[in-house]
Design a protein around this ligand. Structure first.
Ligand code: KG4
Ligand code: ZN
Length: 338
């Protein structure tokens, strides 16, 4: 079969990213322009600023991806783009660019769900991985426990009832003065802290596999306020380590329950929080103990990138699932509608 080269474009939050991927799993280029430095000034992503920066950067990021891949636009087979979920302004930048690019070059257009992109990131470095498997997607906007039945076929078995795990990392990092983005900062600070120093609650959602992080977030805020009122010293590393352990415990308990009840022999984690060192090692332990194969992308493929979108686009391409030029951004796009 002829090789299929897909250009993947991602702009759902604060990374302007483009990549060229061959046959869904071979990354020829992966260019990511992060806006972290700008949003750090505000302690979080400012949607209007993010949209403007995407507009300024998308041309160079796409040309950079083609150049790095050593292909020109005539060598591409399709353009895949994230169309949701995410911030609507940033999504529209990528979608508008991809539509114009595909139209100008007479290439098929493929709209990709961002969460599906995170799941497909796991295929890239694990050439042997095929569905079915369980995947826990944990990012700044989502905490989804998903059964991947086949390529493009998903069953949502659990999700957060309130905050996403990454969102909780970002908020707590901000209040303990570690800055943005919180996940990597807490991960680092926690290495010097005691995870048993403060006892924070482990919240679960309504159903067996759901998650909840808002109670934990409030408990950390209460703890900090109480310390302040009593004039007690706050040890940021201990708070970071205790908070991180609480988040990871909740994620791992649900993952372990799903492994026991569904009996899958393959388990993957994906999304920005999957770069967390404690989360990676704790899930790996659970998998090893059950004789389950564990898969996790390298950190650069856990956080937002264009390669995961190109990979997801490939599996739609081979099924002939193309989008029309009326494709629009959908801020609250579901992985499994209805
Ligand atoms: O997947 P992603 O790049 O964007 C979304 O789709 O949301 O995930 C970003 C999230 C942020 O909340 C960030 O704090 C978190 O992933 N994150 C981490 C780590 N690296 C990134 N959380 C915990 N530990 C990390 N090492
Ligand atoms: Zn993401």
């Amino acid at each position: 079969m002829k090789d299929v080269l897909i250009l993947g474009i991602e702009s759902s939050c604060d990374e302007t990213a483009a990549a060229v991927v061959k046959n869904g799993r071979e990354v020829l280029s992966n260019v990511i322009s992060s806006q972290i430095d700008i949003h750090t000034l505000y302690g979080g992503v400012v949607p209007e600023i993010a949209s403007r920066k995407h507009i300024e950067r998308i041309n160079q990021v796409v040309s950079g991806a083609l150049k790095e891949a050593g292909v020109n636009s005539s060598g591409l087979d399709a353009v895949a783009v994230t169309y949701g979920p995410g911030l609507i302004g940033p999504l529209l930048t990528g979608v508008s660019f991809a539509k114009a690019y595909a139209y100008a070059l007479s290439l098929p257009l493929i709209g990709v769900n961002h969460i599906e992109g995170h799941i497909c990131a796991v295929y890239i470095e694990n050439k042997e991985l095929e569905p079915a498997f369980l995947c826990l997607v944990v990012s700044g906007g989502h905490t989804h426990l998903v059964r991947v039945r086949d390529y493009g076929e998903y069953e949502l078995i659990g999700r957060t009832m309130d905050d996403a795990a990454g969102e909780a990392f970002d908020k707590i990092a901000r209040v303990i003065g570690l800055g943005y983005p919180g996940g990597p900062k807490i991960d680092m600070a926690a290495r010097d802290g005691n995870p048993e120093a403060v006892s924070f609650p482990r919240g679960h959602g309504l159903s067996e596999y759901d998650f909840s992080f808002s109670g934990l977030k409030s408990a950390v805020l209460n703890y900090l306020n109480t310390c302040e009122m009593k004039g007690e010293k706050i040890v940021a590393a201990d708070v970071a380590a205790s908070f991180q352990k609480a988040v990871v415990d909740v994620l791992v308990v649900n993952a372990a329950k799903a492994l026991d009840n569904f009996g899958d022999k393959r388990f993957a984690i994906a999304g920005g929080v999957a770069s967390n060192s404690l989360f990676r090692s704790e899930v790996e332990k659970e998998c090893l103990g059950r004789g389950v194969d564990f898969f996790v992308p390298s950190p650069v493929l856990c956080t937002d990138n264009g390669a995961m979108i190109a990979s997801a686009g490939y599996y739609k391409f081979i099924k002939g699932e193309f989008s029309s030029l009326s494709l629009n951004g959908v801020a609250d796009l579901e992985l499994c509608p209805g």
